[in-house]
Ligand binder design. Structure first.
Ligand code: NAI
Ligand code: MG
Length: 474
């Protein structure tokens, strides 16, 4: 195997301040609460101290958003579009800086933040900018109205991309927002706040409050919030659904997943191997729609697993800022502990664990790419979201058995089908209870296609024309 010389991206392109306040009404201001530290998970180095917004701070942010709502919602869509286009262009111009900051705070490889996250973030703003003056043609009535103030809570796995999924459609539809980034990855949202100022966005249209779960709860439970949008764990999603029930707030929840990636015996195996790797090892498996269950047709299981193991042997784990790195750091000590616990359980339950030879750095949070074979449907590693680079392999004999096993999960966010036959793809897609079904590919995202789940994966759709519905009074 070739050895690659280190090819680190420069971190000099970002300027991280020692501490950050909240972004309320177009200004950065100190919070009235405590603070938290965000670290680089690849080195455990503290990057910055960030305010923890108190209930009072959240209240100020919601008021600022309410005050801005009148003007913003009354503005012609073509004028709102100009702001969104401007934000999209600034994101493109500053994409290297944003990508490096995302990688530092999150641990994901620079190759991904640079080539996947950032292009998609800009694309979302461009796409919804295009809708802002065409809302009457979106299929939601002749004069669809915005809802008001959106309270948005996002996770740490795609910090800036989840911000874009939330903020772009909300603003295009004429809403104003208060957004809370995750406690381990607040920095790109704070840089985005600076971009809002650079774009001359009217004060209060976007407000960013940092903090952890308590801040999130204060936001979603604030009576001045008209719409709640959440992406994160099913556990917190359930709490939120319960707490907003009966308040008249509109809610969308994007929660966990346990997707089946299904490979038939007629699939192009080399491509399927790439799709499996992309499905579960992209972003260290911190992906709600990750293909965490491989269902392989029994007749090709051995051949496919041999090829997959050979491929895993070539993955490079290490410094996320190195342009040759495939697998970066696990986002937090807590997430690493959860991955370890579930993997140990997998072994204890009788599945066979395999990882390539893969030295781990001394500092930081790391987990090697891992495959479990001999997995039964009842095993916890086959049922629960690991949210890490851990693949559970199961086999099937017939298409009907594949469908039954794929659907045998409390989740229903995504699925993948690998086969040469178009008719089989359609037959499978009809029967899979998943919001997205990828055919001969995986983890493909596009701002024009709706994304969302069934069952415990949540409700509502983000992206595309469908994503506007969540922000309109329809
Ligand atoms: P989490 O659901 O606790 O965190 C997501 C966001 O919700 C964060 O911004 C957090 O501060 C906020 N939050 C926490 N408690 C809240 C509350 N009571 N009210 C309002 N907001 C609240 O997820 P966590 O703890 O980071 O990860 C736990 C597991 O959740 C992961 O191991 C993974 O399985 C799953 N997860 C799924 C994600 C997805 O994209 N579907 C994203 C992140 C986590
Ligand atoms: Mg961090």
């Amino acid at each position: 195997m070739f050895e690659y010389a280190p090819a680190p991206e420069s971190r000099d392109v970002v300027d991280i301040k020692p501490s950050y306040g909240l972004f309320i009404g177009g200004e950065f201001a100190d919070g009235t609460g405590t603070s938290l530290k965000t670290v680089n998970p690849a080195s455990e180095e503290v990057l910055a101290e960030v305010a923890v917004a108190s209930a009072d701070d959240v209240d100020r942010a919601v008021r600022a958003a309410r005050e801005a709502f009148g003007t913003w919602s009354a503005m012609p869509g073509s004028e709102r579009a100009k702001y969104l286009f401007r934000i999209a262009r600034i994101i493109q111009e500053r994409s290297r800086e944003l990508a490096v900051l995302e990688t530092l705070d999150n641990g994901k490889p620079i190759r991904e933040s640079r080539d996947v996250d950032l292009p998609l973030v800009a694309a979302h703003f461009f796409y919804y900018a295009g809708w802002a003056d065409k809302l009457q043609h979106a299929g939601y009535g002749a004069d669809p109205r915005p809802l008001g103030v959106a309270g948005q809570v996002i996770p740490w796995n795609f910090p800036l991309l989840m911000l874009a999924w939330k903020i772009a459609p909300a603003l295009a539809a004429g809403n104003t927002v208060v957004l809370k980034p995750a406690e381990t990855t607040p920095l790109t949202a704070l840089l985005f706040a600076e971009i809002c100022r650079q774009a001359d966005l009217p004060p209060g249209v976007v407000n960013i409050v940092t903090g952890a779960g308590e801040t999130g709860a204060a936001l979603v439970n604030h009576p001045g919030v008209d719409k709640v949008a959440f992406t994160g764990s099913t556990e917190v999603g359930r709490l939120i659904a319960r707490s907003v029930a009966g308040t008249g707030k509109k809610v969308t929840l994007e929660l966990g997943g346990k997707a089946a990636n299904i490979v038939f015996d007629d699939a192009a195996l080399d491509q399927a191997v790439e799709g499996i790797v992309n499905g579960i090892f992209f972003n260290q498996g911190h992906v709600c729609c990750a293909g965490s269950r491989l269902l392989v047709q029994e007749s090709i299981a051995e051949e496919l697993l041999d090829a997959l193991k050979r491929r895993l042997g070539t993955l490079r784990l290490g410094d996320p800022l190195d342009k040759n790195t495939d697998i970066g750091a696990i986002n937090s000590a807590a997430q690493l502990a959860k991955i370890r616990e579930l993997s140990d359980l997998g072994e204890a339950e009788g599945a066979e664990r395999w990882s390539p030879v893969c030295p781990l750095p001394d500092k930081g949070f790391w987990f090697p790419p891992t495959i479990f074979t001999g997995v039964a449907q009842s095993h916890r590693i086959a049922r629960e979201e690991v949210f890490g680079p851990v693949l559970s392999v199961l086999t099937f004999r017939t298409p009907a058995e594949a469908v039954e096993k794929a659907n045998n999960t409390p989740f229903g966010l995504s699925a993948g089908v690998w086969t040469e036959k178009g008719s089989r793809i359609l037959w499978m897609a009809d029967r899979l209870r998943a919001g997205v079904v990828w055919a001969n590919t995986f983890n493909k995202f596009d701002p024009t296609s709706p994304f969302g789940g069934y069952k415990e994966s949540g409700y509502g759709r983000e992206g595309g024309r469908h994503g506007l519905e969540a922000y309109l009074d329809v």
